[in-house]
Design a protein around this ligand. Structure first.
Ligand SMILES: Nc1ncnc2c1ncn2[C@@H]1O[C@H](COP(=O)(O)OP(=O)(O)OP(=O)(O)O)[C@@H](O)[C@H]1O
Length: 241
């Protein structure tokens, strides 16, 4: 049986009078990629922040590795990529990677090979000596993803990792994510790219504060009697309107 890594139970969250999350329960297990989708402002980032203990829920419980977050001991086990890049602009990409690798406890002997490995995944190997302040938006996203991959953590939580990334590299990144999940990692990813949602094992569709679907893409397509996840999304939104 697969092991549950993220477990959200009946999460409620309001910002002022606005109910953002209303009774959200879902799990992510080792060996699967779960895609969290929903229109802009649906609460995807809020779910991620509550999961990681960066935001408090009003009700309900979120655990990661059976532990309530935040918990410093678990930080080495989680590769988190936030929606906005948190990088040191005045440092080179290499220096950023060294800094975060050390924070994540990557062993000294593995530092160089680990930096080479994650940089290759996002095609940044040639640009490591450049100051991050001079990076394009897409390059910053790629560096943030490389940082999330450092140390090969069993859980990846990626908030829109492929924004500003061209199709060829996006494909390469998905190849790597699929490889990681086959190797037993758990991946929670948010995306607005519906083609990417097709590549997940399970799609969690957030709409109007509710998780209105939580199943394999093929299952949802059959249920909604449409050919793609984009159509599922549009039909679900239409039903709610
Ligand atoms: N700290 C906050 N204070 C007040 N409102 C907030 C806060 N954080 C989020 N919100 C509101 O909660 C709602 C959900 O925001 P969230 O960022 O989780 O959405 P999202 O689904 O990730 O959107 P996007 O796809 O645009 O990134 C939005 O209406 C947002 O304005």
């Amino acid at each position: 049986m697969s092991q549950t890594i993220i477990n959200l139970k009946q999460i409620h969250k309001k910002f002022g009078p606005q109910i953002v999350l209303d009774d959200i329960s879902f799990q992510v297990s080792l060996g699967e990629i779960v895609g969290l989708i929903g229109p802009s402002g649906a609460g995807k980032s809020t779910i991620i922040k509550i999961t990681l203990g960066m935001e408090k829920s009003d009700r309900g419980q979120a655990t990661v590795f059976q532990t309530i977050m935040p918990n410093r001991k678990l930080l080495h086990q989680i590769g988190y990529m936030a929606q906005s890049d948190a990088l040191y602009d005045s440092l080179t990409a290499y220096e950023n990677l060294v800094f975060f690798a050390q924070m994540k406890g990557v062993a000294k002997q593995q530092l160089v090979s680990e930096i080479q490995r994650v940089s290759a995944v996002v095609d940044l190997s040639e640009y490591l000596s450049k100051r991050v302040g001079g990076y394009s938006g897409g390059m910053k996203r790629r560096l943030s993803l490389a940082i999330a991959l450092l140390g090969n953590p069993p859980l990846l939580v990626l908030d829109e990792p492929t924004v500003g990334i061209d199709p060829a590299l996006r494909r390469k990144i998905w190849h790597e994510l699929t490889r990681l999940k086959t190797a037993g990692h758990a991946i929670l990813i948010t995306t607005h790219v519906m083609d990417e949602a097709e590549l997940t094992d399970r799609v969690a569709l957030l709409l109007g504060g509710h998780l209105i679907a939580n199943a394999a893409p093929q299952v949802l397509e059959a249920q909604y009697q449409v050919p793609t996840i984009e159509d599922v999304f549009l039909k679900a939104e239409g039903d709610l309107a």
